[in-house]
Design a protein around this ligand. Structure first.
Ligand code: ZN
Length: 112
């Protein structure tokens, strides 16, 4: 996933997309957080980051809307076909694919 996509997801979470200050690379230029030597931003390729995204969607009350969009809008599945729904969840419950689907829902205006 590219930085621009990670930034969209970070902003969706209401978190700072940290950028190193010109004056002191140890500080974020926007929120003044002390940054370590590693990439200070979420990578969205871990279960933790995917879990935070999932919890955020639940917290804002949009989980049902997201699942409806996945089943009908994104994958065009007839909900009575439980095998297709099971396949859907095996692809959604993936720490790499899940954040990409959240990103797509944000870009399509399903999640704001
Ligand atoms: Zn910051």
């Amino acid at each position: 996933m590219d930085d621009k996509s990670k930034q969209v997801l970070t902003t969706f979470l209401g978190e700072c997309w940290h950028e190193r200050s010109d004056n002191s690379i140890a500080l974020c230029a926007k929120c003044s957080k002390i940054l370590g030597t590693d990439d200070p931003n979420r990578t969205f390729d871990t279960w933790e980051d995917f879990g935070v995204l999932k919890n955020k969607i639940v917290e804002i009350g949009e989980w049902d809307k997201f699942i409806e969009w996945l089943i009908i809008g994104r994958y065009n599945i007839n909900p009575v076909n439980l095998f297709e729904v099971a396949d859907l969840f095996s692809s959604v419950l993936n720490k790499f694919q899940g954040p990409l689907l959240v990103l797509e829902a944000i870009k399509e205006g399903v999640l704001k």
